[in-house]
Ligand binder design. Structure first.
Ligand SMILES: [Zn+2]
Length: 438
């Protein structure tokens, strides 16, 4: 049945809407994959019938090429093995990476993301393959390879080409190992112009800005990037790694007299379109700056755990009305529920309590955590995703009730079973832009 030309009507027995669970839903979806209306399906025909549906998760932080490191970095390499020793192994992996390698690896990875319930990925792309930092030809091909892979896999992408220029605060020259990340500011901004022009009108692709970190970008280059964004795409997301490591915070204090987030607020006034990746070692005052400005924190629990980064104070952050999204970062794990479970258990262990967040008891802890991560993911992606409501993309995950973990349960219990005990085994289908993927 298609009453409005080009529209489809899709029934969902249960759906997690922005204001909670609702039974017997009829979604009207237009030809571009956007939801036109959400009404009752009682006594109405439909083009497709779904079981329990939830918005697809947004992965706010991925480096596709780092999936190549899986299984290869878990051997002790030196006393005090840590983020910095892992980074040396990562540098070796990216050296010589071609656009073709990037495409093959990203396609495999993005298919895995979709199978696990991600429907949008924010790809923080710094594997530019840039042996010549004066020419954007190879970086453009590297970017194209990621976009091509996301289209083929059926996942929406925010591509974040990265500006990376130095080895540490104080304009330390990049090392030989870092050469494939490095672009001159002029070349980087030319690459951004090219990508906006090429992909600006596509529904499944958007482009944002990503100064790598204060370690890798100095004041002048960051100013130029921010001016370019202001002139060309002021609302596009801006993502930056920040305060992942204590050493990084200390170097920033030594070089600037300020902590990294504090320095950014003093110099650039970040707003709600900024995304601070990690923020693991942010001070209480810095977290308050983030919350006050409406910016989002991008947490990557599995990678932060794998690298021994430290623990982010999520329970306190949520209680203070902070917004967070989840990312797979190094892609050591590619599952939203693994990320949520990990961060929830971290909070429970710290607090020695179950359901450790300040929840109201009306819905399950897993549902609330999932909703919170959607909210941050929506802001971080800059796209109308993460909500099943009129005007948003019909990007969703259908959970089955025909599985021992989910049978004979309320929809809320089905989602909690998915978050705490399930995985892709309880996913029945994944939809992106109004169509099933795969
Ligand atoms: Zn990262």
């Amino acid at each position: 049945m298609s009453v409005t030309s080009g529209s489809r009507f899709i029934h969902a027995e249960w759906a997690l809407l922005p204001d909670g669970w609702r039974q017997a839903n009829l979604f009207e979806v237009d030809s571009s994959g956007c939801i036109l209306s959400v009404g009752s399906s009682l006594n109405k025909a439909s083009d497709a019938q779904l079981d329990v549906v939830i918005p697809g998760m947004i992965n706010v932080h991925s480096h596709a090429f780092q999936r190549r490191l899986v299984g290869r970095t878990q051997r002790f390499s030196k006393p005090n093995d840590d983020f910095w020793s892992w980074r040396t192994q990562m540098y070796a992996e990216v050296d010589g990476l071609t656009p073709q390698d990037q495409r093959v690896g990203a396609l495999e990875l993005y298919r895995e993301m979709v199978a696990n319930g991600y429907t949008t990925v924010c790809e923080f792309q710094y594997a530019h393959g840039a042996v010549s930092r004066d020419n954007a030809e190879i970086p453009a091909l590297m970017a194209d390879s990621l976009i091509g892979a996301s289209k083929e896999a059926g996942i929406r992408q925010l591509l974040l080409p990265v500006l990376y220029q130095q080895a540490g605060i104080g304009e330390q020259p990049p090392t030989k190992d870092q050469r494939s990340f490095v672009l001159d500011t002029r070349v980087y901004l030319g690459l951004m112009d090219h990508l906006f022009e090429t992909y600006g009108s596509e529904a499944s692709v958007s482009i944002g800005y990503a100064p790598h970190s204060l370690r890798a970008v100095g004041y002048d280059a960051l100013s130029d990037l921010i001016d370019h964004r202001q002139d060309n795409s002021p609302d596009s997301p801006l993502h930056i790694h920040v305060s992942e490591q204590v050493r990084e915070v200390n170097e920033c204090i030594l070089g600037t007299g300020k902590r990294p987030i504090e320095w950014l607020y003093q110099n650039f006034s970040p707003n709600s379109s900024w995304v601070f990746i990690h923020s693991t070692h942010a001070s209480r005052d810095e977290l308050n700056m983030i919350i006050k400005s409406g910016a989002t924190v991008g947490l990557c629990p599995s990678t932060e755990g794998d690298l021994g980064d430290g623990a982010f104070p999520l329970a306190e952050f949520i209680q203070s009305k902070g917004t967070f999204g989840i990312g797979t970062d190094s892609n050591v794990i590619v599952s939203p529920v693994d990320e949520l479970r990990f961060i929830d258990y971290q909070a429970r262990i710290r607090a020695r309590k179950r359901n450790a967040f300040a929840f109201d008891g009306l819905i399950g802890s897993g549902t609330r955590l999932y909703q919170k991560a959607l909210e941050g993911g929506r802001k971080a992606s800059g796209q109308p995703v993460g909500r099943l409501e009129s005007g948003s993309f019909f990007d969703l995950v259908e959970l089955t009730t025909d599985h021992p973990l989910t049978a004979d349960r309320s929809p809320d219990e089905v989602l909690n079973a998915y978050v705490y005990s399930g995985g892709k085994d309880v996913i029945k289908s994944v939809w992106m832009g109004g169509k099933p993927v795969g």
